[in-house]
Design a protein around this ligand. Structure first.
Ligand SMILES: C[S@@+](CC[C@H](N)C(=O)[O-])C[C@H]1O[C@@H](n2cnc3c(N)ncnc32)[C@H](O)[C@@H]1O
Length: 226
């Protein structure tokens, strides 16, 4: 591991706006469940998650835009979170923080209805069929999100992967989830919605090599995912 990466690993553990659940194992008790408003943000504003946030570009940009809402980015990679956490400090944003941990354990981090909305930004598509249950829109993950997401909460997926986009749309169709918006080519629109113009680190790399960016926003409500 490079020197800079190592330095960031060490430093990120000291940031007040990063909570480290990387050592969390199922069965052990997370003390944060149901207490984000009270313990972390000091208010009861709605909480939006950015899953697979990397450097937290969406969490940061949304937090700056919506001071009356709270944002939490989750990723397992500490050196990437370092970038977002440092940016939040530099920008004086107190309504955003980060979890270093596995999204697989999300039900241990949050209580029922604690989350108002979810963004999933450029997650790894896990193209091999035998790894499909690691896709962040696989029904196994959606069932976990359902345990923490409000019934009227939307999940927003932004991706460059046609395979993941198709897979997600199939899951939506199979389960008859409500779709709020589906855009096959975000930047081909005459007017790209303001929130979709926020660009993540990976998105910028994908755009440089001419990849198409896709978006779907859907509500999983109470229906069972299959
Ligand atoms: C391709 S990167 C995208 C990062 C960022 N959203 C962006 O667009 O720049 C995917 C990220 O997902 C994270 N990731 C994948 N599976 C995860 C999981 N199960 N739990 C936590 N993080 C995960 C990886 O560590 C990586 O940072």
């Amino acid at each position: 591991m490079g020197k800079e990466k190592l330095k960031r690993y060490r430093e990120v553990a000291e940031f007040d706006n990063v909570i480290d659940f990387s050592g969390f194992r199922p069965g052990s008790e997370a003390d944060q469940t149901g207490r984000w408003s009270e313990k972390v943000f000091g208010n009861s504003n709605p909480i939006t998650l950015e899953l697979a946030c990397g450097k937290g570009d969406y969490a940061i940009a949304l937090a700056a835009r919506y001071p009356d809402r709270n944002f939490i980015g989750i990723d397992i990679k500490g050196e990437r979170l370092w970038v977002g956490a440092q940016k939040a400090i530099d920008q004086g944003l107190s309504n955003v923080c980060f979890i270093r941990g596995r999204i697989d354990h999300i039900t241990q981090f949050f209580g029922k209805d604690e989350i108002a909305e979810i963004w999933i930004t450029f997650p790894d598509p896990f193209l091999k069929n035998r790894r499909r249950n690691r896709r962040l829109t696989h029904p196994d993950f959606l069932n976990k999100y359902r345990e923490v997401l409000r019934e009227d909460g939307f999940i927003n997926l932004k991706t460059d992967s046609p395979e993941l986009y198709e897979f997600t749309n199939q899951v939506i169709e199979t389960n008859q989830f409500e779709v709020r918006s589906r855009i096959d080519d975000v930047y081909a629109l005459e007017e790209t919605p303001e929130l979709l113009q926020i660009k993540t680190y990976y998105e910028r790399k994908h755009l440089e090599i001419g990849r198409t960016i896709r978006f779907v926003s859907f509500c999983i409500g109470q229906k069972l995912a299959k």
